[in-house]
Design a protein around this ligand. Structure first.
Ligand code: BG6
Length: 257
């Protein structure tokens, strides 16, 4: 019975890898919509996957979210194994709750692993003028340079409307997201079913094009409710190294495509 289950998961991983042209897929058992321990398993899988990919020197950029938070919780003192690690938030403020913010998550990762971290203090929804003057701040610029030279990016994927609501998105932007029929969201970018960008939250830090230059990119998202969002995102992703998901989302991804 157990062997059959493991074999089933492995077959699903291989099929997803082929279907979306991914470098690697890890599927954990269960449905994170249904039980919180499944999200914890996603977190553990992220921590393991990153640990295996560490170079001698690492700049790890991380987005916010409840799933990446579990990755932080799963990291321990033996994570870096003598290697150099700096955790940086992938982007500036996106309107998340403090607990789920990228800044909080990288601070936790550094605390749990004994690694270093840098914070990015940038307000949400900034105007073009503020944007330009913020970029000139030496302390901010230094962190932005680190982000641009990330060796690994860990990011979540969410449902577009759920994310827009969670972030208290201004009415005008919300309308743009709806009109664009956005289905997926990742690091402040909103994608439609074809994987096209329909909206992008204006903030500093990682941009979609930057993913190409990172050595590894790990997308983590699970739950049956995220199946469509993950599919849409994968269609638009410029480069995808690793997908970490759960069984319920994987079933959705394989069934409708
Ligand atoms: C956001 C990230 O903070 O969390 C997004 O910027 C991600 O990349 C979202 O889509 C997902 O959140 P959760 O809580 O569903 O893991």
């Amino acid at each position: 019975e157990l062997m059959g289950m493991i074999k089933g998961i492995h077959t699903m991983e291989e099929r997803l890898k082929e279907q979306f042209g991914l470098d690697e897929v890890t599927i954990v058992h269960g449905d994170s919509d249904q039980s919180s321990w499944v999200k914890k398993e996603l977190g553990k899988a992220c921590a393991n996957s990153i640990k295996q990919r560490l170079l001698a020197k690492n700049i790890i950029a991380v987005t916010g979210g409840t799933t990446t938070l579990e990755a932080a919780e799963a990291m321990t003192k033996d994570f870096a194994d003598g290697k150099e690690v700096v955790f940086v938030p992938a982007r500036g403020g996106l309107g998340e709750d403090l607990l789920n913010q990228a800044n909080s998550i990288v601070a936790k990762m550094a605390a749990n692993t004994g690694g270093k971290h840098r914070l990015l203090y940038a307000p949400d929804q900034i105007s073009r003028e503020t944007h330009e003057s913020i970029l000139k701040e030496p302390t901010i610029n230094e962190v932005l340079q680190l982000i641009k030279s990330s060796t690994l990016v860990l990011h979540g994927v969410g449902e577009a409307i759920a994310m827009a609501q969670r972030r208290n998105t201004p009415e005008e932007e919300f309308q743009k997201i709806k009109d664009g029929k956005a289905t997926a969201e990742a690091f402040g970018y909103y994608f439609n079913e074809a994987g096209q960008i329909v909206h992008r939250v204006s903030t500093i830090g990682l941009q979609l094009d930057d993913l190409v230059s990172a050595h590894d990119v790990i997308a983590v998202a699970g739950g049956a409710s995220k199946g469509k969002a993950i599919r849409s995102y994968l269609r638009g992703a410029p480069k995808m190294t690793v997908l970490i998901t759960d069984e319920a989302a994987a079933e959705q991804l394989l069934s409708e495509s």
